[in-house]
Design a binder for this molecule. Structure first.
Ligand SMILES: C[S@@+](CC[C@H](N)C(=O)[O-])C[C@H]1O[C@@H](n2cnc3c(N)ncnc32)[C@H](O)[C@@H]1O
Length: 279
């Protein structure tokens, strides 16, 4: 059974990581950090004391723990209603621009990035888009670059594809086959994204806690979904300020369905459908 993490254990862990590495979980939300830490201890079959000793002695163990602490769950067209809102209400507002700059931050293994490019292609805007994608975890970025995912484990991808790409606003299914964008090899149990999509994004490791906008551009869209939910109020505000400063005007920020802008930056954005537009 997973053990409960005490406050002093959480503080010790955060302080150790901060002192031993360039990672800083100080402003992550205590609740989710405790949950992840309990899981990490359980998975590694370690009590807290031995865990801290190992962090101190073993740099690659520390790197591994940082990756385990940051949740990487994602999927193709995660939350289909959000993608439908992007497709019909939000992205078309930018269709007359010469270029559309999009930053996916906390992109994990890339499914969100591919969802966006598939949608842009359906809207005939793919050629205008510059796609930038970042994450704190270099391993997930390497997976993103391959565009290869498990098939059987990810059958929802096909349902989501149908709900967002095949189904039109009248609820009818159009004749768009997934094979336009990815192939499925059932024997090898893989989904493989086509090269024209794999080749487009520019990926970079970036830590939202401390880094600045890593690309020399400002963006029409910043997509940061299911990332700030792990941050406390102060860190969320810091990150929203970074996004505000990095957006064009007009430009918009898309957060996860359980995330909201509260605090000082709230008055600088206007929420329309699923997006926060910079005022
Ligand atoms: C739950 S995933 C969300 C993936 C995708 N955006 C989605 O909604 O499907 C959260 C991602 O945020 C990344 N992350 C966590 N802390 C971060 C930080 N400080 N800076 C940048 N990325 C971070 C994790 O590595 C992980 O890939």
């Amino acid at each position: 059974m997973q053990q409960e993490i005490e406050d002093y254990e959480l503080n010790t862990f955060v302080e150790k990581v901060r002192n031993l590495s360039s990672y800083d979980f100080t402003d992550y939300s205590d609740k989710s950090l405790k949950r992840r830490l309990a899981k990490v201890l359980f998975d590694n079959n370690l009590d807290f004391h031995s865990f801290i000793e190992r962090l101190e002695d073993n740099e690659s163990f520390l790197e591994k723990i940082v990756k385990d602490i940051t949740v990487n769950t994602t999927e193709l067209f995660r939350d289909p209603p959000v993608w439908n809102s992007l497709r019909y209400d939000i992205i078309p507002l930018f269709k007359d621009k010469k270029e559309i700059n999009i930053w996916h931050t906390g992109c994990s293994t890339g499914q969100e990035v591919y969802s966006m490019m598939i949608m842009l292609n359906e809207l005939d805007l793919f050629h205008k888009a510059n796609i930038y994608a970042t994450d704190i975890n270099p391993d997930v970025l390497e997976t993103a670059k391959t565009g290869i995912y498990k098939y059987r484990f990810n059958l929802t991808y096909l349902d989501n594809f149908d709900a967002v790409i095949r189904q039109n606003q009248a609820g009818e299914y159009e004749d768009v086959d997934y094979s336009k964008y990815f192939s499925i090899d059932k024997t090898r149990d893989i989904i493989k994204i086509h090269p024209f999509l794999i080749d487009k994004p520019v990926y970079k490791k970036m830590n939202l806690v401390q880094d600045v906008n890593p690309f020399p551009v400002s963006y029409d869209f910043i997509i940061c979904r299911n990332v700030v939910i792990y941050f406390n109020y102060d860190l969320q505000n810091k990150v929203f300020k970074l996004f505000y400063d990095s957006l064009n005007s007009p430009g918009c920020l898309v957060l996860g369905v359980h995330e909201t802008i509260l605090g000082p930056l709230a008055s600088q954005f206007e929420k329309k459908n699923q997006a926060y537009f910079k005022k």
